[in-house]
Design a protein around this ligand. Sequence first.
Ligand code: SF4
Length: 464
Amino acid sequence: MSTATSFLARSAVKGADLDHRRKISFNIGKYNAAVPKGKVQFADLETARMQAKNLKWDGIENLDTYLLQFEEKLTARGGKVIWAENAEQALQEVLAICQRVNCKTLVKSKSMVTEEVHLNSFLEKNGIASIETDLGEYIQQLDGEAPYHIVTPAMHKSKEDVAKLFARTLGTEPNLTPEQLTQVARHNLRKKYVQAEVGVTGANFLLADTGSICLTENEGNARLSCAFPKVHIVIAGIEKVIPSISNLQLFWPLLATYGTGQMMTVYNSILSGPRQPAKEGRPPETDGPEEMIVILLDNGRTELLQHPTSREALYCIRCGSCLNACPVYKNIGGHSYETTYSGPIGKVITPWLKGMHDYKHLSYASSLCGNCTEVCPVRINLHELLLDNRHEAVAQGESNLAERLAWKGWKAAMLHQPLLKLANSKTKNWVVNKVFNAWTDGHAPLEFAEKGFAELFREEGGEG
Ligand code: SF4
């Protein structure tokens, strides 16, 4: 089954699943209620968003300079940078490090880029247990499911679903409260932090001027994942770089507000290398990993970078806001996409990261209502980029013969009104409802009026 057929089939099932829709509406409703409370902290929100967009523009336009600066600064503090062109290279680098330190258990904080390279399944095949430490990710790992949403991985599960899952997989009572469930997860995970030889995190931002990585989280699990084990591996997409540490005064509140409706996320960490030795009269540091290795991942991002307009998608700070606002996402849910990044941003970037041929259909799964663009904190023109993708797909020869013929006919009819008038309303009904029957699969048939506008206009005494 092609990816497009599978997407349509899954979407049809989810779209008709009322229980799924109820859970999503409940959780997105809570998000919608929280976001305005975060927004009040901005004296001029629109200017803040434009400033953030400009900073990301600077970061992406000067990516080569900033990434090298990042590497130089981090290396000067004892960190190591590895450049990975694709997922396979990144995975092999992680494996080589794990084998060198004889790693059997690895703790991991939530990171979409590690989902993108399928780190957990790769490590498992190589005999290394990779434990998710974010509560939502932990729930998803117990259930054998990929994250449903880029910020809230288990958004589609109710508290009752989670209690049942814990009972099934961990043997707990089936009716635990959210607080009790959290305590169970905490109890299980604490042991893993001290066992693990390696901790893996992503990075919300890479700071060029200080050579630091930034982590934003609400549970404290990311800091435990990188502070307890002796080796900290960071996997980050190259687009995460921003020019300066001072830019965080804008990005941290924006990410918190648009991600979860908070003014600031609970834990924001800046990590600039491994534990430091004694230096210039200062005693050696006693906490932190002995090694910090940052893997900078391309994996298709430079394909996107080459495109003069679509490169704007690289400004994304992964807040998840466009997913919550998207009428398509709210109906079909995160798993129907069968991609790491779902929702509007996923539809824009996936065809570039994984190929137009298999993923161009995502760019068509949109009403182009523009709500995604409206809510994006860095003002990415998401709905216009979806149109760009459609254009790019055609330019790459990805449209089929039926599609090309249909558009040729449509264009001819639109440009020559007499041609259009040759067909009466019955013929038009037949073409729209029978020839383009994808419409009537899910909707009532369209009915054309017997008389067109021009005819009615003339009948009313107008000229034309
Ligand atoms: S595209 Fe914008 S709204 Fe969507 S996740 Fe990225 S930053 Fe957030």
